[in-house]
Design a protein. Structure first.
Length: 216
């Protein structure tokens, strides 16, 4: 028995999902795909391997997704939507650095799963043509999450009597900074300098806050 990384509980090697339960079947497929992505990256994300892990036939798998790119987008969209929901529900009185620390575990996990696969995916999907709609889907979900981040930052700043720097790139700069921090944590970069992950997180989130708060 193994735990899936998709947050769907426990699955084993035997099929337990009722054939008429389409939503559960889709969850099984995505759980299998996320396991593969975590273990082998985008290159290991094949439709055959996904089908085997989900306990379905390849024909059944193609009833739900056109190909591995569709599966990848669905996984990434689910993570971004979960993060958006988290942002909308966070306490605005924790301060900006506190807000960033609250969402960092989800950002770190998203980067751990998708970061190393991004270039391979972009080269195949973002090139346009008939696959361009997958890029559109990803961009739409990301922008929705970015708007939630911007809203949360402004509301959190206001709750502390602060004002953010007035610039359209603010939320995106914060996101890129969090991705950089997540990459450091995932790969243990700061540990090379004998700086603990906790100290790095505190320093980085407080620095991000200072960088986006307007001075009087």
């Amino acid at each position: 028995m193994r735990r899936t990384s998709f947050g769907l509980g426990y699955r084993c090697g035997v099929e337990t999902t009722a054939w008429g339960d389409a939503q559960a079947r889709r969850r099984d497929i995505l759980a299998s795909a996320e396991d593969l992505l975590a273990e082998s990256g985008y290159a290991g994300l094949t439709m055959r391997a996904i089908a085997v892990g989900a306990g379905v036939s390849s024909g059944t798998l193609y009833q739900y997704f056109d190909g591995k790119e569709d599966v990848f987008v669905a996984l990434m969209a689910a993570r971004l939507e979960t993060l958006r929901t988290t942002l909308d529900g966070l306490d605005r009185t924790v301060g900006i650095a506190g807000l960033l620390r609250e969402i960092l575990p989800q950002v770190r996990e998203l980067w751990r799963l998708f970061g190393r696969s991004a270039q391979q995916w972009e080269s195949k999907v973002l090139a346009g043509g008939p696959r361009g709609r997958r890029a559109v889907t990803s961009a739409t979900v990301f922008r929705r999450m970015a708007r939630a981040l911007e809203r949360a930052l402004h509301e959190t700043a206001a709750a502390s009597g602060q004002t953010l720097v007035d610039h359209p790139a603010t939320a995106y700069w914060v996101w890129d900074s969090l991705i950089g921090l997540a990459d450091d944590i995932v790969h243990g970069g700061s540990l090379q300098a004998r700086i603990s992950a906790a100290r790095m997180v505190d320093f980085a989130t407080e620095t991000i806050e200072r960088g986006i708060v307007a001075t009087p």
